[in-house]
Design a protein around this ligand. Structure first.
Ligand code: CA
Length: 394
């Protein structure tokens, strides 16, 4: 087990030591020790078998149980960032578990339709899914806190809240009635405002705009007089090109160029007010999760956490290169939204959050925790990340 976990550390982090790497090492060391003294469930069952089970009277150990799971996603197969993260996770889990847990990943529509991942995992049709929680807002409104809230947390803050501020416990409480165990599994970082085939110079320019935008951002833009549409990434290019929508947000420069969206509209707006970061989720059917021995659960948890680090690294690198390509393209204008547009959208966001708190108990409970940390974090972000970035302009 120690060597298996060392493998996943090497796969995820190379040979460099960092906090998570040390965590893998610590868990690996602990597991090795526990395995040695028969502390692991699997090791314990083998020890009991050799003493009491007549079938094992010769003292030989039975082979450890193996698992073959299916993981459905809402992403195009092998898609940069979102899809690569879950492919890597499956590969790492199989290697780290020495083949005891194999996960076959399906792109959106290959096994179940995109945007129906939550139901498939909840019903137990599949054991696992990888998705964005705001796609299920119609069933579980408060799930949106775990992907993105407009004008909300950046990637580092979301991790801080989830792992140290009680966010993950609330997420598990929210999904428990749906028989799903959630794990954070990826973050795109701050997104872009999206592609527009007309200029946005004032709040009036939003009126009548048909725009692809999921989650709470869609409800916000509706109040600003636009018409939000939710559709999977694979449908955005054709919808923009044929005028089914006037505008679309997807992720950021790296993913948007991969979809060819820069060929469909002239104006590329920032910032991604609607998704200051976007956390992805690994959804696991609760019965399937309970069937895994503790060491395989630990491997899945660690691989999911590694996917979060990995995905942010991939986007940070890919976005920088893709944005330069877009800025150099004479057919594209990269522009900021006007301040009064952002002010209006922020005001609508605050109204919607308050209205949902008044009618949804879980929304209220999660919103209180989320904003308590966000309010604590903002002053620190201003004198650290923001102040530090400003020094690059000196
Ligand atoms: Ca988006």
């Amino acid at each position: 087990m120690g060597r298996a976990l060392a493998n996943i550390v090497t796969l995820a982090y190379g040979t460099s030591a960092n906090t998570l790497g040390r965590l893998f090492h610590w868990v690996g060391t602990r597991m090795k020790r526990r395995e040695f003294v028969g502390g692991l469930a699997a090791a314990a069952s083998v020890a009991a078998c050799s003493r009491e089970d007549p079938q094992c009277a010769d003292g030989t150990a039975e082979p450890l149980e193996t698992f073959e799971w299916s993981c459905v996603t809402s992403w195009p197969p092998k898609y940069p960032g979102l899809g690569i993260a879950v492919d890597n996770l499956a590969e790492r889990v199989e290697k780290a578990s020495d083949g005891r847990l194999k996960i076959k990943v399906y792109g959106g529509g290959e096994l179940v339709p995109s945007l129906e991942v939550f139901d498939a995992v909840s019903r137990g049709t599949v054991e696992m899914g990888h998705d964005a929680s705001y796609y299920h807002k119609g069933k579980v409104a408060a799930a949106q806190f775990f992907t993105a809230i407009p004008f909300g947390m950046n990637a580092a803050e979301l991790d801080g809240w989830l792992y140290y501020g009680g966010g993950l416990e609330l997420w598990r409480e929210l999904y428990a009635p749906h028989h799903i165990v959630p794990l954070p599994c990826g973050n795109t970082g701050v997104q872009k405002g999206g592609w527009f085939n007309r200029e946005i110079n004032s709040v009036d320019d939003l009126k009548g705009l048909k725009i692809r935008i999921p989650g709470l951002g869609g409800e916000v833009i509706l109040r600003a007089g636009a018409t939000p549409v939710t559709m999977p990434g694979s449908e955005i290019y054709t919808s923009l090109q044929t005028g089914v929508v006037d505008a679309a947000e997807w992720v950021g420069a790296y993913n948007d160029v991969a979809l060819g969206l820069h060929e469909t509209a002239r104006y590329y707006y920032y910032p991604g007010w609607q998704e200051p970061s976007a956390g992805l989720e690994l959804l696991i059917n609760d019965e399937a999760w309970a069937s895994l021995p503790a060491d395989l659960q630990a491997i899945v948890e660690l691989a999911a956490q590694a996917a979060t680090t990995d995905m942010l690294a991939e986007y940070t690198h890919g976005n920088a290169i893709a944005l330069k390509q877009l800025e150099d393209d004479p057919n594209i204008e990269v522009r900021p939204f006007p301040d009064d547009v952002l002010r209006l959208l922020k005001s609508h966001t605050q109204d919607i959050v308050a209205e949902l708190s008044a009618k949804d108990e879980m929304w209220k409970k999660i919103a209180e925790s989320y904003y308590a940390f966000l309010d604590q974090s903002t002053p620190n972000q201003l004198v650290t990340e923001v102040a530090n970035l400003q020094t690059r302009l000196l």
